[in-house]
Design a protein around this ligand. Structure first.
Ligand SMILES: [Zn+2]
Length: 102
């Protein structure tokens, strides 16, 4: 069984976790200035890469906390995990989203 390393609890079984989708997405601040297309992009458009992907995960059946993960979508291997607000690990720097809305 796959084990995921919760930054607070350590290695736990995959069934204790919930994937929250793409990580690093920040809600736009000036929503009244967005076009329908920009708002649609923010709400619906997500990356779906083959390979390393920045995601947010929750240890839903454990501590309940959210954290960032860099996961390979092909092998399912977690390359790095880190707490929300914590400095991005070196292995993940080139794959983490900036949080800027375009
Ligand atoms: Zn935990």
């Amino acid at each position: 069984m796959l084990q995921i390393n919760c930054p607070w609890c350590g290695l736990r079984a995959e069934i204790e976790f919930t994937c929250g989708g793409e990580g690093g997405i920040v809600r736009p601040t000036a929503t009244e200035t967005l076009s329908d297309a920009q708002w649609g992009d923010y709400v619906f458009m997500r990356k779906n890469p083959k390979g390393l992907h920045h995601e947010q995960w929750r240890h839903s059946s454990g501590c309940g906390r959210w954290f960032n993960a860099l996961r390979d979508t092909v092998s399912y291997k977690f390359e790095a995990v880190w707490k929300i607000g914590e400095q991005t690990p070196a292995a993940a720097v080139n794959h983490v989203h900036t949080g800027e809305f375009k």
